[in-house]
Structures are given as C-alpha cells and as structure tokens.
Design a protein around this ligand. Structure first.
Ligand code: C5P
Length: 400
C-alpha cells in the first residue's frame, strides 16, 4: 500500500461537498495514513469537527488560537510533520486566498506557512468555477506547484449542472497515491492497449477472449502516475477510465489496429496488454443466424493482424512491451515469444491465475534475463513494470 504511513493534513472548507471529505478521511485512514483534520469555520456548518475526530482518531482543529498548541503556534506546528496538505473541498474563496497568500484563519495560515506540497480538490457552483477570477487563481496556484484534482462535471447541490462537483473520495485518494509515485516517465508518451477484442459472427454473437482489461487499465494508470501522457485503446470492457488518460474505445481487432496505427507514431512507449483475438469470421452476416437454419454450421476464420509485431517492426518503433498469458511452461513460452516478436520486454503471467482477478503474478523477460515481480494487486505490478521500463529507457538513453 503506497499510502501506508503517509502523514496528511486534511483541510476542509465550507461547501456541501464537505460530507465527501468525511469519506475521504475514512478512506485515507483505512489505507494506513495518519490524517490530521483542520476545518474552517464555514466547513463546520456542513460537517462537525467531532465527525472528523472520530474518523481520524485524533483531534480535529478549527481555531487559530487553540490553547492546546504550545506558544499559540498552531498555524506552524500542525503542518510541520506532514508529507502533504490536502484541501477537500477547496472553495472558490479558499483558492483565492491561497493564490494571493492571504492568511486569516487556521487553514489558510497553515497553507501559507507550509513546507510540504499542497493538493486541492475544488468544489463550487459552476458559475463560480468558470468565473475569470477563479480560473486566474487556479493558474497562479498551478504555477506555484499546487496540484489541482478535479472538479468533475454533473448535477450540483444548488440545482444547476456543470463543472464544479468535487471528485469522489476514492478518486481523490487515487490522486493522492499518484502524487506520491516517482515521476520516472515524465515527458514520455505512452500508448496502451487493453481488454479483449470482439469479432462478430452475426449481430448478436461474437468470438472473443476472456479478458477483463484490468491489467491494461492498471498499466495505463501507473504510466500516468509516473508522469507520462497516456492514450488507452480499450476493447469492450466495463471499467472506469483511469484519471488523466485519453481513452479510445474499439470493438474488433481491425478497429484496434487502426487506432494503434493512428497513435503509434506519436508515442515513445507501446504496452500491448490487449488479448487480441487471433482470428475473425471471414463473412459475418447481417441477420441473426437461426437455430437449425444451416445444418452443421461452419465458420470460416481468417487470421487477424499481429498489432504488436507490426508496431515493433516499424522504422523508429517505440519501445515495445508485450504481454503473454500462458497456460503452462511460462518461461520457455515467454522467451520464445519475446524473440519471435522482436521486442525488448515481455511480461508473462499464468492465464488461469490472472483472469478477471484484482491480483496477478508477473515475470518480466528482457535482454538481461528473467525478473519475477512477485504476486500482488495489478496496480502494484503495473507500477513495478513502469519502473522497469523507465530503468531500461534510461540505460538506452545513456548509451546514445
Ligand atoms: O502471440 P500472442 O498473442 O500470445 O502475443 C501476445 C502479445 O501480442 C500481447 O502483447 C498482445 O497484446 C499482442 N498481440 C497483438 N495482436 C495480435 C495478437 C497479440 O498485438 N493479433
């Protein structure tokens, strides 16, 4: 767990989204964080300090002049041992104050006097969000190195619709995790394929592969966390798009191939995680095939293009990573596949262990041999894979 042991100061400002901050506090504590909550006076109108106190297991602070802090130095003391200040919800007023260095209550003084980084999750009415003053303040804050996560678009508590909804607690927690990841792929453009492809037989039947897409989505998320610009080409899956990635949905291997061809020349790294169908039906029919209509129904299959091999063989090919799901003799099959495809790195796992699960066990094969990544959640393995790719890339760059 990457958040284990992280010391977070969670600031709450006045807004209805403060109820989601209570959930965020709980999520962070469950992930092993030490969470110290600070509420503005307006925040206490929406959620009680007692709620945050109960959820974090420690004092929730509201007062600049709290006598429990020695020398009345609450505005400095409370952030000194923190790894990160997270302000969620961050109101338009708070963002304005932080952008201008105003400090007139406990939270704004803590923010001004901080030595640690600041991450804010804005929440406000759509008009407040799009107001030129707020947008100006956000630019200033970003220039100052403040991390801004969200907001999302949707229905608002005020009855209006648009940008300004605070991200959900799990999304903010994922952004905090992302913040703590090493930026080993900063400036790189990464293309990932994920999920199965689906080849039609008739309008309601298809040939597909058993693949949830979870590993590919985890790789896309890990690459984005490492600072890369990520394009994710996804076959038919029911998964949420990892934050900050560009997703292109496709159905068939041909559609995936077209999407990859269009994106491949603009990427530095290509990670082919998709379980591409090796064959498609030669002549899919437009009408549903009726039972018994054709005796001994036979399907004629034609081979699909090998997308990874095509990318790998292009002139000026990106750094290519293949995936292999094997049912047996993992190392032997993986080594042969890496050589056959002519790619520098291949990640192999046993198909029966990985399918649909949140955990996996992966071994990497490259020019230096075999590197077992162990067993764990797919996101943890994806982060290890990204670190390995970054290390191989920097070795290549230093040889140039
Ligand atoms: O040959 P095999 O299908 O086992 O190779 C697996 C690797 O090749 C994966 O990285 C997969 O995404 C890629 N692949 C592909 N196009 C295909 C078949 C596999 O890109 N038609």
């Amino acid at each position: 767990m990457t958040l284990k042991g992280k010391r977070i100061l969670l600031g709450l400002t006045g807004g209805i989204a403060a109820y989601k901050a209570a959930e965020l506090a709980r999520t962070l504590v469950k992930s092993g964080c030490d969470v110290r909550a600070v509420l503005t006076e307006a925040a206490t109108r929406f959620v009680g300090a007692a709620t945050l106190q109960a959820l974090t297991g420690q004092t929730a602070w509201t007062d600049l002049w709290d006598p429990r802090v020695a020398d009345n130095m609450a505005h400095i003391e409370l952030s000194r041992d923190r790894d990160l200040i997270v302000v969620a919800p961050a109101s338009a007023d708070f963002l304005a104050k932080a952008a201008h260095g105003l400090a007139d209550d406990l939270l704004s003084t803590l923010v001004l006097a901080r030595r640690c980084p600041l991450l804010v999750a804005p929440a406000m009415n759509v008009e407040m969000w799009s107001n030129a003053a707020t947008q100006r303040n956000l630019l200033t804050l970003r220039d100052d190195g403040v991390v801004v996560v969200g907001p999302a678009e949707g229905d608002q508590a005020c009855g209006e619709t648009g940008m300004g909804r605070m991200l959900e607690a799990t999304a903010i927690s994922q952004e905090i995790e992302a913040f703590f990841q090493p930026k080993s792929l900063a400036g790189k453009r990464v293309l990932v394929t994920a999920g199965p492809t689906s080849e039609p037989i008739d309008p309601v039947r298809m040939i597909t592969n058993a693949s949830s897409g979870k590993m590919g989505f985890a790789v896309a998320r890990a690459a984005r966390e490492a600072g890369a610009e990520v394009t994710l080409i996804a076959g038919p899956v029911v998964l949420e798009t990892p934050a900050g990635t560009t997703r292109i949905d496709v159905r068939t291997a041909d559609e995936m191939f077209d999407a990859v061809k269009a994106a491949a020349q603009r990427c530095d790294i290509f990670v082919s995680v998709a379980a591409v169908s090796d064959y498609r039906v030669a002549n899919p029919v437009a009408q549903k095939i009726k039972k018994g209509a054709r005796r001994g129904l036979k399907l004629e299959l034609v081979e699909n293009p090998d997308i990874l091999a095509w990318v790998g063989k292009r002139r000026g090919a990106p750094f290519c990573v293949g995936f292999a799901a094997e049912s047996d003799r993992l190392a032997e099959n993986a080594k042969a596949k890496r050589a056959k495809k002519g790619i520098p790195l291949l990640a192999a796992n046993l198909a029966q262990e990985a399918l649909g699960a949140d955990d996996n066990a992966i071994t990497l094969f490259d020019d230096r041999g075999e590197h077992p990544l162990g067993r764990g959640p797919k996101i943890e393995l994806a982060r290890k894979l990204v670190a390995h790719v970054a290390a191989m890339q920097s070795r290549r760059d230093s040889r140039r």
